[in-house]
Design a binder for this molecule. Sequence first.
Ligand code: CMP
Length: 142
Amino acid sequence: TIERTFSIVKPDAVKRNLIGAIYQRIEAAGLQIVAAKMLHLTKEQAQGFYAEHEGKPFYDGLVEFMTSGPVTVQVLEGENAITRYRELMGKTNPEEAACGTLRADFAESMRFNSVHGSDSPASAEREIAYFFAGDEICPRTL
Ligand code: CMP
């Protein structure tokens, strides 16, 4: 099935001029970027986006990091996009991420881990709607 997933290029990667390198890997993996924009998240936006982690020891640091500079947010479309993008990212902890994954190659630590991707169809739907209006998503017609 063709799925959509939600992706963030996080502040650490934007700061290091890695947007293009990450987009290149997404496209080379056969996923289509069907929506994209750059944002500097407010504290409220970051807190709301990561609401499921509220109360965890890393939550405040995560919100601080995610508001520390601009990010890009994307909707990716393709066959099994959710799982395929998670495989492309590798594990949350870059030390455990497989060779050749985005996090193995670009992430600096568990917190500064360069990319986010939805972990399920339900999160993908929620996360896409959190950042994109329906008319901002532009699937290919050819
Ligand atoms: P992400 O996929 O965006 O989802 C939640 C984020 O919290 C995760 O990537 C990491 O950036 C961060 N995170 C998860 N676990 C930890 C942890 N143990 N320490 C610090 N940051 C974490």
